[in-house]
Design a protein around this ligand. Structure first.
Ligand SMILES: Nc1ncnc2c1ncn2[C@@H]1O[C@H](COP(=O)(O)OP(=O)(O)OP(=O)(O)O)[C@@H](O)[C@H]1O
Ligand SMILES: [Mg+2]
Length: 265
């Protein structure tokens, strides 16, 4: 770990030794076949950022369990924060992109803005978009899917400074279905399950060539984290979310109502 990543930088603990410094190596992508654990890993990341008081948006074109978290939000935020239809997903992406650009202009383009300042230092509330099954949107409505891709691309390339981050999941990541910029600019990449070599390459980048041994199964696979000096991906097992002992909806509701941290803006 480099010296810059000291105790002052926020991170999410991914397993015993791996940490995602989402502010330094932002954006995440999670892939894997059906029922491999993508959505559950998104829950884990979502609860982790809810704990630090992030503003969380849920985009769920497959209308899975993720969108049922809508009722964890106060009434007034349900429509602005959770979307399942292509038109509403695009609307949220457009609004968040605008917010990102407004923050950028306000904090980084004004005469008084400080060189080298960043969102964490400025005390901006982190904004996280959780976009489950991106391809389901593209398949449902190609035109709106392309529009959504353009917003995602902007957020992935420019979000960090304004503290806007996205976590996407997809069953497949292929060159002709998802923009390369979106696939290749993620600081955190996870792939679950056993897949074809081409899928490992798409998910993990060229470093996939030397994959270590890893258990295969639900919530198990490989991870690649930027900025940690890794030459190759590592074996990874997602944190176990024991739904017989924890009520994800209740935890999320409580965290949204009582964030552990409050931000300036
Ligand atoms: N980290 C985990 N902890 C506990 N259970 C898990 C975990 N990951 C997956 N599971 C179990 O496996 C099931 C499938 O996982 P999940 O819904 O996350 O897969 P998925 O990859 O999103 O599937 P799909 O492609 O169908 O959306 C879950 O309903 C849950 O029971
Ligand atoms: Mg899923």
């Amino acid at each position: 770990m480099t010296s810059a990543k000291n105790g002052t930088e926020p991170f999410i603990q991914l397993d015993k030794e791996k940490r995602w410094y989402w502010h330094l190596d932002p954006m995440a992508q999670v892939s894997g076949p059906r029922s491999s654990g993508k959505t559950f890993f998104l829950y884990y990341l979502m609860l982790s950022v809810a704990e630090i008081g992030a503003d969380i948006y849920i985009l769920d074109p497959k209308r899975s369990d993720l969108s049922s978290l809508r009722f964890c939000y106060p009434d007034s935020l349900q429509d602005s924060h959770v979307a399942t239809t292509p038109a509403k997903i695009c609307k949220i992406l457009r609004e968040v992109t605008e917010l990102m650009n407004q923050r950028y202009e306000k904090y980084f383009q004004s005469a008084t803005s400080k060189i080298g300042a960043d969102a964490v230092e400025l005390g901006l509330q982190p904004i996280f978009l959780f976009f489950d099954e991106v391809l389901a949107l593209i398949e449902e409505d190609r035109k709106l899917g392309k529009e959504a891709e353009q917003y995602l691309k902007q957020i992935i390339l420019k979000g960090r400074q304004s503290s806007v981050y996205t976590v996407i999941s997809s069953q497949r990541l292929s060159a002709d279905t998802l923009n390369t910029v979106i696939r290749e600019n993620c600081g955190l990449r996870v792939i679950f399950g056993k897949v074809q070599e081409e899928s490992y390459r798409m998910a993990l980048g060229e470093s996939f060539k030397k994959l270590p041994r890893a258990e295969k199964g639900v919530g198990k696979g490989y991870i690649y984290l930027d900025g940690q000096g890794w030459q190759t991906p590592k074996a990874f097992e997602a944190p176990f979310m024991d739904t017989s002992k924890m009520d994800i909806k209740q935890i999320f509701t409580d965290l949204l109502a009582n964030p552990h941290k409050v931000y300036k803006e």
